[in-house]
Ligand binder design. Structure first.
Ligand code: ADP
Length: 473
C-alpha cells in the first residue's frame, strides 16, 4: 500500500472556493480502491477546526512563521486529515484567501509557505509513526514543499498538480529566508521567476512528476497563450508532465438519489424538476431550452461573452438562470440582464441550489476562455443537462461536439465553440436552439451524455500508476 501525503489549501467537505476542493476531497476515496492510502494536510481554518472530531496532536512546533503550531490528526468527513493548527495564520473569519477588504491577505505568502514547510517536515521526519512514500502537492499553496525537501537533501518522491496556472504564488524576493527558503537556491533552476519568488514554479522545478487536470490543458500549458509565463518551464519539463482528467463525486452528483430533486428521481422527471426550478426563480413556461450557469463570475469563465450573446438565446424562446459570484462588474451585468422576464440571477454561493439548477436545466453553459478541467460540464453530462462549452482545456476533452458527423454517428453529447469569442458563442447558442427544436436528436444526446463515465475510476488508476512510477524512478 502506497502512503501519500496530499497537501492542499482547500478540501471538500471542509472548505471550498473552487474545483481544487472537490478534487482534493474526492480523490482519496477513489485512490483507496487502488491500494493507495492518502492523508490530507490542510490549514486549520475555523471551518476545518470546527469539523474535527477526536483530533490528536501528532507534531508540535514552537514557532512556524511567527507563532506556535501543531499538527492534529483526525478522521472526519470521510478523510484521514492532518490539520495545521496555527491560529496566527489561519484563525481568521471569512474567505480563506481574502481579507475583509476583498484583497489577498497580506501574509498569504507566509501562510502557505507554512503549510508547505510543515508538509516537508512530515516528509522528512514523519508524523509520529506515519511516514509518506509520496508527497502530492496541489497548486501554488503547496508548491514550496518539494523545494524545502530538495534544499534539505531529501529525494522523497513529489508530484505537483496544477489546477489553474493563473494562480502562481508570486512574492517579492527581498528576503527568501523570510520564507525559510535557501537564498543560495534563488535561481532560475529553482524558485526564482523574473526576479521574484514563485511558489508554483518552485514546485514545477523540484517535483519529480507534474500533472494537470486534463490532457488538453497539459498541452495548452506549454504554449505562450495559456502558460501565463510558465510555458517555458513546462516545456523544459515536458517529459514529466501528464494530463489526468478530473472526475466528479458520483455519489454526491447522482440524479437518482440527489436530495435536491424532490419531484421525480429519474431523467423522466426532468420536466418536473425543470418546472420546480422555473417556479423557484419566477420564470414563465417557455418553448426554448432552459439554460443554467453555475460559476465563479470571472474573466476566465467568459461570462461577459454570454451577456453579449444572450439575445441569440432569448429571441428563440430560451431562458437563463445564473448562480454565481465574483467580479462586481459581471455581477452587475447579470443583475441588469435579470430585468428580462426570461432571465433569473442569484448572486451568491449555494451548493444545494447548484444541484437544483444542474438537475432542472436543459443545458449548462460554460463559455470559458480557458478551463483546466471544469466540473460543471461533468455534472451536466451526468444529469442529462447538455453542456455548451468553449473548445479549451478539459472542456475539449469531456464533451463530444454535435458536429454533423457526430450527430450522424449518434455520439454527440454537447456543443463546443471555437474560437472563444462573441461570434462563435452566438452561433453556438443558435445551434443549441436548433438542436432543441429536434426532440429526437436532443433526447439521443441526453442519453449519450448520461452514459459517459464521469467518475474517478480511470483517473484514480492513472494517479496510482504515477505514484508507483515516482517510487521506482
Ligand atoms: P473553478 O475551480 O475554476 O471555479 P470548476 O468547474 O473546476 O471551476 O469547479 C467549480 C466548482 O465550484 C464546481 O463544483 C461548481 O459547482 C462550484 N461552484 C462555482 N460557483 C458556485 C456557486 N455560486 N454556488 C455553488 N457552487 C458553485
Amino acid at each position: 500500500m502506497i502512503q501519500v501525503l496530499s497537501v492542499t489549501s482547500e478540501c471538500v467537505p471542509f472548505v471550498k472556493t473552487g474545483g481544487l476542493a472537490d478534487v482534493a476531497g474526492a480523490l482519496p476515496t477513489a485512490l483507496a480502491q487502488q491500494d493507495v492510502r492518502v492523508r490530507t494536510l490542510l490549514p486549520g481554518y475555523p471551518a476545518v477546526m470546527k469539523s474535527l472530531v477526536k483530533a490528536a496532536p501528532v507534531l508540535r512546533f514552537d514557532t512556524v512563521f511567527g507563532g506556535p503550531a501543531r499538527v492534529l490528526e483526525a478522521t472526519c468527513g470521510g478523510l484521514d486529515v492532518l490539520v495545521l493548527d496555527a491560529p496566527h495564520l489561519f484563525d481568521r473569519p471569512g474567505n480563506i484567501y481574502l481579507g475583509p477588504n476583498g484583497a489577498d491577505w497580506p501574509d498569504n505568502a507566509e501562510r502557505f509557505a507554512a503549510l508547505s514547510w510543515v508538509a516537508a517536515q512530515i516528509g522528512l521526519q514523519g508524523a509520529q509513526t506515519w511516514r509518506p512514500d509520496v508527497l502530492h502537492c496541489h497548486d501554488w499553496q503547496a508548491g514550496l514543499a518539494p523545494e524545502y525537501l530538495r534544499a534539505a537533501g531529501s529525494a522523497l518522491p513529489c508530484v505537483m498538480t496544477v489546477h489553474n496556472i493563473a494562480f502562481q504564488g508570486l512574492t517579492p524576493a527581498l528576503n527568501p529566508a523570510r520564507l525559510k527558503l535557501d537564498p543560495d537556491r534563488f535561481s532560475a533552476d529553482a524558485y526564482e521567476f523574473y526576479g521574484k519568488i514563485s511558489a508554483l514554479k518552485a514546485g514545477l522545478m523540484a517535483a519529480d512528476w507534474l500533472t494537470t487536470v486534463s490532457p488538453s490543458y497539459a498541452a495548452e500549458l506549454m504554449t505562450p497563450e495559456f502558460g501565463m509565463g510558465l510555458d517555458g518551464v513546462l516545456r523544459h519539463r515536458a517529459n514529466r508532465l501528464r494530463g489526468i482528467l478530473n472526475g466528479i463525486d458520483t455519489a454526491v452528483w447522482d440524479p437518482i438519489t440527489d436530495p435536491e430533486i424532490k419531484t421525480f428521481k429519474s431523467l423522466r422527471g426532468k420536466a418536473h424538476t425543470k418546472a420546480a426550478l422555473r417556479t423557484e426563480f419566477g420564470l414563465p413556461v417557455s418553448a426554448g431550452p432552459l439554460c443554467v450557469v453555475v460559476s465563479r463570475l470571472t474573466e476566465q469563465k467568459g461570462l461577459d461573452l454570454l451577456l453579449g450573446a444572450l439575445p441569440n438565446l432569448l429571441n428563440r424562446g430560451g431562458q437563463l438562470i445564473v448562480l454565481g459570484s465574483g467580479d462586481p462588474k459581471l455581477e452587475a451585468g447579470f443583475r441588469a440582464a435579470a430585468k428580462h422576464s426570461q432571465v433569473a440571477v442569484h448572486i451568491g454561493y449555494d451548493e444545494a441550489m447548484s444541484h437544483r439548477l444542474i438537475a432542472g436545466g436543459d443545458a449548462i453553459l460554460v463559455p470559458s476562455r480557458f478551463e483546466p478541467c471544469g466540473l460543471t460540464q461533468l455534472y451536466g453530462l451526468r444529469y442529462g443537462t447538455l453542456p455548451l462549452v468553449g473548445l479549451t482545456g478539459g472542456l475539449a476533452d469531456t464533451v463530444i461536439n454535435a458536429s454533423p458527423a457526430a450527430l450522424d454517428r449518434g455520439v454527440a453529447t454537447g456543443i463546443q465553440f471555437h474560437p472563444v469569442g462573441d461570434t462563435a458563442l452566438r452561433t453556438a447558442l443558435d445551434h443549441l436552439c436548433d438542436l432543441w427544436s429536434q426532440p429526437d436528436v436532443w433526447r439521443k444526446m441526453v442519453r449519450n451524455a448520461q452514459k459517459q463515465p464521469v467518475g474517478w475510476d480511470r483517473s484514480a488508476a492513472a494517479y496510482a500508476e504515477l505514484y508507483r512510477e515516482a517510487l521506482t524512478s
